[in-house]
Write a protein that binds this ligand. Structure first.
Ligand code: HEM
Length: 364
């Protein structure tokens, strides 16, 4: 480590201070929210690392600090620089833990998201070419069965639209620099990313409310039972091409429900905690929460790609359920026979009963 030359003049020192403050601002801009908080002198537990500290004298010159900051290797000892920030936690620039997080953020996150998205897209394409769109015979009497109430549909589409916005803005944080910045240019990409961050933070609340409402509305129909064991044993009839009896939701749908609810709650709560200033929960927890938020996001995006396929192209007639609220009776009898049996038993109607008034279909 090189020490500051003793005869460094005032202007050199001023330059050093200015540039170190700049380094701090460039390296950890997201930490600026904690600028106002109380100093935390105990915020430097690690001895190895680079620290920009308002309270300690610099022990390294600017060249050494800049080189160490851009190196992938940790310095062998502690290097101190100077920052104008009054909160020492903000000067915690490069310590062993921070490097692990930085590598995760800049490298592993891309692989985790990339691999899961490609796998989900491949699974959907494979399913389409293997089984095509699952059809059904239309009910000869044109009967339709109510499946989702207006409230169910409002909750579902609020959650779905907010999820898509969250996914797109979130993926910009992961892939934007590689995929968008080169052709959009620095200024446009900067503005876009700033807008994306604001949108991401706001829409997160709508998503969380949607998930909580969805859980309350549908939990009863998504509890696993013996019927689901058989459905899972036969892998939903996929290998045999035969329909396996199911209630209102089959076991695959129930899995999607629980992934959406538990994953959504985890994303929402970690997202809110990540919005707090860093001094509230500490740098270490911020890094853990950030890693968890990213991994659960990748799993949910992959799951929802599969769900969106099955709810539209994969199972024909399905989209009607969530868009119009009702389905052809034969669709229900094909995919959810135990549900339609119970529904008709409860209502005192049946396959041979008088037809319900068919929905007025637009002329073809
Ligand atoms: C973005 C495109 C989406 C499409 C096209 C879509 C479509 C559908 C459809 C058609 C159904 C009714 C299925 C049936 O009646 O059997 C449904 C149900 C459901 N959706 Fe979505 N959905 C989308 C996004 C989402 C998102 C983002 C979530 C949650 C994060 C979600 C959670 C659910 C749940 C829990 C159900 C009930 C269980 C199930 O059918 O899997 N959906 N969706």
């Amino acid at each position: 480590m090189r020490r500051m030359p003793a005869r460094a003049g005032t202007s050199a020192l001023a330059r050093l201070l200015g540039m170190l403050a700049l380094v701090a601002l460039v390296t950890v801009p997201e930490l600026a929210t904690a600028q106002e908080s109380e100093p935390q002198p105990e915020a430097f537990p690690a001895e190895r690392g680079v620290y920009l500290n308002p309270e300690r004298a610099p022990t390294a010159d600017l060249d050494t600090l800049l080189r160490t900051l851009s190196d992938r290797e940790m310095p062998d000892e502690r290097l101190d620089g100077f920052t104008y920030w009054q909160n020492p936690a903000l000067g915690f620039v490069t310590a062993p833990d921070n490097r692990v997080w930085r590598d995760f953020r800049t490298y592993w996150t891309k692989w985790i998201h990339g691999i899961l998205i490609v796998l989900a897209a491949a699974a959907v394409l494979g399913l389409f070419f293997w089984r095509g769109s699952q059809g059904y015979e239309r009910d000869p009497r044109g009967r339709r069965v109510p499946r989702f109430r207006f409230l169910d549909r409002v909750v579902h589409w609020t959650t779905a639209i907010s999820f898509v916005l969250l996914a797109l803005t979130g993926l910009n944080f992961v892939f934007g620099r590689q995929l968008i910045q080169p052709w959009a240019g620095d200024a446009a990409f900067g503005a876009l990313s700033q807008g994306a961050l604001v949108l991401h933070n706001q829409v997160g609340f709508a998503f969380l409310i949607g998930i909580v409402a969805m859980a309350g509305l549908w939990v009863q129909d998504n509890l696993f039972n013996r019927v689901d064991r058989e459905w899972l044993r036969q892998a939903g009839g996929l290998p045999s091409g035969r329909h396996v009896p199911a209630e209102k939701f089959n076991a695959g749908q129930k899995l999607i429900f629980w992934i959406a609810v538990l994953g959504g709650l985890a994303m929402g709560t970690s997202g809110i905690l990540l919005m707090l200033p860093i001094s509230t929960i500490g740098m270490g927890w911020m890094q853990v929460l950030h890693g968890g938020h990213t991994i659960v996001a990748a799993l949910m995006i992959a799951t929802i790609i599969g769900h969106a396929y099955l709810g539209s192209v994969g199972v024909s007639g399905s989209f009607d359920a969530m868009w119009k609220g009702d389905v052809d009776r034969q669709w229900a009898a094909t995919h959810h026979p135990l549900w339609i049996e119970r529904l008709e038993r409860d209502r005192g109607t049946g396959a041979d009963a008088e037809p319900e008034a068919p929905r007025a279909e637009p002329a073809e």
